[in-house]
Write a protein of this length. Sequence first.
Length: 717
Amino acid sequence: MERHLEPKRIRSTLAWAALAVLGVCDPLRAAQVPAQLPADSVITDSARSIQLQPLIVTTQRTEAPLASASAAVTRITGEALRAFGARSASDALVQVPGIALIDPDWSGTEPRLALRGFYGGGETEYAAVLLDGVPVNQLGDGTVDWELFPPGIVQSIEVVRGGASSLYGDAAVGGVINIRTGFPPNGLRWRLLGGEDGTAAGSAAVAGSLLGSPAMGFASARETDGARHHDSRHSVNIGGSLNLLGNAAGALRLWAAAHWRHADDPGPLVEPASTSAPGSSDRFYRFDRLHQNTQRLALEGWHRLGGLKLRGYLAGELTSADAIETLPLSVDFADTQQRDGTTRRLFGSVQAEVRGLPASWSGPLVFGVDGSVGRLHSSYFGVATGDRDAYALATGAPADEPNAAGAARRQMLAGFVHWELRPASMLRVSLGGRLDWLRDHSEPTLPEGSEPATESHVAFSPRIGVNLEYTDSPAQTGNAYVAVSRFFKAPTLDQLFDLRATPVPFPPFAVTIANPLLRPQIGWSVEAGLRHRLVLRPGRISADLSVAAFTLAMRNELDFDIASFRYVNVGRSRHRGIESQLRLTAGPALAFVNFTRQQVLSTRGDFAGKSLKAIPSTIFTAGISARHHSGLGARLVVTALSGMYLDDANTRTIPNYARVDGGVSLATRGLVFAVDAVNLLDRHYLTTGFPDPAGSDQALFYPAPGRQLLVSVGSGW
């Protein structure tokens, strides 16, 4: 039975050929239509004027000034992405306060995000991640394939921190990350990169005219042997967009993309190997790997009917994957199985925006409907079980017949509304809410006798926010806000219905980690903050300060319980913290300093008063980038995490660590040459870990690689 996807060499050849076509032939460039405009300039209907505050779309699902938001929002511009040498969309999130970016292999392809004390540990995501407003979280586990975002077309990233279920529903507990794309400047952007450990990457994007309409094509490829044994990765991304319609009354865009990836997984290391031999891989994980391909097709646009503006999208996604994954049952015993899966999903949204209502105190009114239906089919095949001696004799070949198989479905329908009121010129009041209905159903076919299960949930997520403009002049602007909201996160299909049976040394001698009785997490949040912008020299020198303080209470929080070896609702927790950022701009020089202090405590059960595991209490990031008129540039970024506990009882900690990244560049003759060092000081540290599932004093950790040097050349960056 063949369960592998296309061979690696075919995918790599296809990608490099596509890069050559885009970067050398670039037939779309001939017309030179407005390629330098951002994507939303093609889809939206307004010609923008220069404003002191940038426009964002994520906080209200429509364009609004950043200063008007009653939420903690960070906008990473394309200039900032390039200035700090972001290699991927996730790599750029180091510029956002309140986000801990836990990246075991530094590549940015498999990051784990901790936002406001919510951490999925690589098993799920607590942020709703969007591509131009269209969700990309995977159906089965809610995680994100960060290689879906080719760096050549990322125009900006908008991050809303804190619960945003009133507009985005499930998963928007820690926040929303909206990656906005645009046409490359001057019609072409490309980059080639090489580095240690066999690392090579290339990306290109070209814009122009196709069949008389604005169009864009892109391709990217990446491969690496990895910094650890059994750590190779290969990926290919190809796609494009075509504007089918664009005029003063409306616009319509077709987007298509295909993505292939292969990734070996070296797994965690048992101490002391995690510090003495960080480049090794435990024998238990020598078969672990992922083959996956994803195709996405989306149609999105807007249309104006008098004073009403309609906006929406319809998207389809098909994903096929086979993955071999090991579950450690103790530091000396493990179980490895292969999962073959296929996911099909159709989802869409329609919203209406009303501006200019008769009442003078009324601002924009946005309301709409989101819906989706998806089906996940899985089959499990045994690969190996036992101690290290048993794994030494194992071949890695999966069994001929599955030991478990079945399908799971999720249907979602939601209605939302957001209304901004202006009772005074300096005061904005936002009211909103969303009603979500979810229905989950499982249909197991193996083992025989398995019973189907159905769960339905309804969640209401209201929100009210107040924004006060306390100063407004040519030299400075200042806004303070306070907001109260309710939010939720439903358990994923894998947490509810995953069919994998794991052997255990007690009756019934095999258990599933899934739990069909899981309930959604529910939380209430109160948040207050301010944003202040000071312009010392118009167009040259400015400073932006933002501060946000939050407290939230969660119930039915989801966690993996080692004692029962399954997912459970652990009870209640309280999250409190303060996030701050100072950002400075002085001509071509940029600098930022982020500091977050948070406390995340369990408030019920055996560990009441203890911190939730693996979540840092202090997050510090800072960066500076400068460029000389000669074309020489330099950048430096520091990341430090501390205060992380390894276990629920808080008896052990994950060691604090700090990482320094840096680089130099030279821009000349339309090209940019760069040399970057990740982990510049070659510090060896542990990114995250977990205790022995069997309860011994030992632990398993994910070590970070040492210093990595990268050399790149590109145009349009």
